[in-house]
Design a protein around this ligand. Structure first.
Ligand code: FMN
Length: 226
């Protein structure tokens, strides 16, 4: 299999500093609306994102999850707190998120700190899920080895029978994480690999370059080499 010849030129658009808002979450929202408005194939999940974590053994791990909320202070997703990613995040909240939206020739990269959301938020989202997903969340030992191929279906059937139509409880080990961004980079593919990259970095230092105070929470905007 040869893949080295696979290559695409990116022509959808460009990014200039003047058009960028001071708040990267606002730009993320704009880009996400534009994505939703694009002619997306039915199978494409616009809210799929990569989450990268630190493993306790020193390596890195990544996987896809679904973004479920964008708030002024973070990106929310839901998972099993006892999964590999859950334990990795609870031990070291430094994570990275990655989005690739090929229909717009765009990538967004987020680096930040993940923390568990309030249980009420997890509860509200859990209640909005289909019953079958609620049952699965209860029985799936996410990330653990399963020796018996029919185990999960059996556990789902048993729990469903036991509940006899009653609401499925949210297990304590299932809930959301909020990733509070420290930096967010927007990448717009351009012809001939002269892509536009702009990175916002959250300012937490008290003083700016000329000793002028920088408001905590403001963002520094920089162009990066493609
Ligand atoms: C399109 C897609 C969406 C997914 N969404 C989620 C999700 O929202 N939450 C989740 O826990 N796992 C989700 N998964 C499964 C994860 O990629 C992963 O297999 C699982 O969470 C276990 O990861 P871990 O062992 O690193 O914890 C999704 C996978 C795909 C391909």
């Amino acid at each position: 299999m040869t893949i080295h010849h696979l290559r695409r030129d990116y022509r959808y658009g460009s990014l200039t500093r003047d058009e960028l808002p001071s708040d990267p979450i606002a730009l993320f929202q704009t880009w996400f609306s534009e994505l939703r408005g694009a002619d997306l194939p039915e199978w494409f999940e616009p809210n799929a994102m990569t989450v990268a974590t630190h493993k306790s053994t020193g390596g890195a791990a990544c996987r896809i999850v679904l973004l479920k909320e964008v708030e002024p202070d973070g990106f929310l997703f839901f998972t099993n707190y006892q999964s590999s990613k859950g334990m990795e995040i609870d031990a070291d909240g430094r994570v990275a998120l990655g989005f690739y939206w090929p229909i717009l020739d765009r990538q967004v990269r987020v680096e930040g700190i993940a923390e568990r959301v309030d249980p009420e938020i997890s509860e509200r989202y859990f209640r909005s899920r289909p019953r079958s997903s609620q049952l699965s969340a209860n029985v799936s030992p996410q990330s653990e080895v399963i020796e018996d191929d029919s185990l999960l279906q059996r556990l789902v059937d048993e729990l469903d029978a036991k509940l006899a139509g009653a609401d499925v409880p949210r297990p304590d080990h299932w809930g959301g994480y909020r990733v509070r961004p420290i930096s967010i980079e927007f990448w717009q593919g351009r012809p001939s690999r002269l892509h536009d990259r702009f990175r916002y970095t959250k300012q937490t230092i008290a003083q700016g370059m000329g000793n002028e105070p920088i408001k905590s929470g403001s963002w520094k905007l920089e162009r990066l080499g493609p």
